[in-house]
Design a protein around this ligand. Structure first.
Ligand code: ATP
Ligand code: MG
Length: 378
């Protein structure tokens, strides 16, 4: 491990924004990074420079921790020296001696100083070659030594840790994500978090038809580990009575109508949570009920945005992501709902569904059930 005194943090899309937005989002990102480091017990100081965030810390865990913060593209543990060639050479030679490669390449970059990148590459390369006996290979070197020379300091590093990407959590509006206890829905919530949206989580307690309260709560706890310190509202609403009424009147349309009931309840909860949209774990065609026809009928005449961030992802991709997020282990064992008919509707007709909804008074039912909501801060 090469000794570091600073970690360079790179971010992507933020740099494309106008000055005001950029400064605002950089501040949010720096705050999120500082919180995550503090929570892990690292001594640190986070500062902002042009197009970069810097973490002053000797702790080798800092680059990995920062790389998991949404909005971070990559991080590098680095040595900071004065921006002059002699000091840069010395640091680069030290790193090369520690790593002991047969071949190496210098990858120079500069901004705001008069030395050219070409000159840095040549002078530092010569020094490393002479002092270590390694030879230069620009195509496939064993060791890459990056030099980023800036006005205030030069940073020398050999490692680039890939970050999560996305936007800083808190830079976008809040979402109400529907979590079922299954594998997909927490991944969907996470995807919106990655895109900057804080979330509240809504679980419909479908007892006696299904019982997935425990895995949903567990998934909420895992998601709360990704918020850089923000608390998550976990909301439960019982819908067993609603399912009973729906399935006894329109058994074949149970799932579609149940989904409309869920959305109407979610619309009520959204108001209370000041959320701006609803999120589900739908993936096109993954199960019989997730068809384009059903989505059309389920969302017809609703008026609030429903986001399906997994819609074009394959099950295998979703599962991989669930493992990476940490929700896979807590959600895989859910049983299916016993109210699902033998032959569920796959090609719902929206006018028929709307008429059934009217007949059953689903909106009033939703308002009544939403009043029974229970909120836990996680
Ligand atoms: P998941 O793996 O998330 O359960 P799924 O592929 O099993 O998804 P469905 O059970 O058809 O699909 O549910 C589709 C989506 O509807 C879920 O991803 C979730 O967003 C929402 N949903 C379903 N059941 C519930 C529930 N009991 N509480 C909250 N949301 C639910
Ligand atoms: Mg499910």
């Amino acid at each position: 491990m090469i000794s570091q005194d600073v970690v360079l943090v790179r971010y992507g899309e933020i740099t494309l924004k106008d000055k005001w937005t950029r400064q605002n989002w950089e501040r949010i990102l720096a705050g999120n990074i500082a919180f995550s480091l503090g929570k892990a017990g690292l001594e640190h100081k986070v500062t902002r420079g042009e197009g970069r965030i810097f973490i002053q810390t000797p702790d080798p865990r800092a680059s990995e921790i920062a790389a998991r913060v949404f909005g971070v593209v990559s991080t590098s543990p680095a040595r900071a020296v004065a921006p002059d060639l002699k000091e840069i050479c010395q640091a680069a030679v030290e790193m090369a001696l520690k790593a002991g490669p047969a071949t190496f390449a210098i990858r120079p970059r500069r901004s705001g100083i008069s030395i050219s990148s070409e000159e840095i590459g040549r002078v530092v390369g010569d020094a490393v070659r002479k002092m270590t006996g390694a030879s230069v290979d620009l195509e496939e070197p064993e060791l890459e030594i990056f030099v980023e020379a800036r006005r205030e300091s030069a940073y020398i590093f050999t490692q680039v840790v890939k970050g999560m990407g996305g936007l800083p959590l808190g830079s976008q509006g809040k979402m109400l994500a529907l979590v079922s206890g299954g594998i997909d829905s927490p991944v969907a919530a996470w995807m919106m978090m990655k895109r900057g949206c804080p979330v509240s989580l809504l679980h419909f307690d479908s007892r006696p038809y299904a019982d997935a309260l425990k895995p949903s709560l567990q998934s909420a706890k895992v998601l709360a580990g990704w918020t850089s310190g923000r608390k998550i509202d976990f909301i439960e609403v019982p819908i067993g009575r609603g399912i009973e009424k729906i399935s006894s009147h329109y058994p074949r349309a149970t799932c579609v109508l149940c989904r409309r009931l869920m959305y109407w309840i979610a619309a009520e909860v959204m108001e209370m949570e000041a959320a701006l949209g609803i999120v589900t774990g739908y993936s096109m065609g993954q199960v019989a009920s997730q068809t384009a026809e059903n989505i059309l009928a389920e969302q017809a005449a609703m008026g609030m945005p429903v986001f399906h961030p997994l819609i074009a992802m394959d099950k295998a991709e979703i599962m991989d992501l669930a493992r990476k997020i940490g929700t896979y282990e807590v959600t895989e064992e859910t049983k299916s709902c016993t109210a699902v008919p033998k032959k569920p509707m796959t090609k719902a007709r929206r006018h028929e569904i709307l008429a059934m909804e009217e007949e059953l008074g689903l909106r009033d039912m939703a308002r009544a059930l939403a009043k029974e909501m229970k909120v836990t801060r996680i």
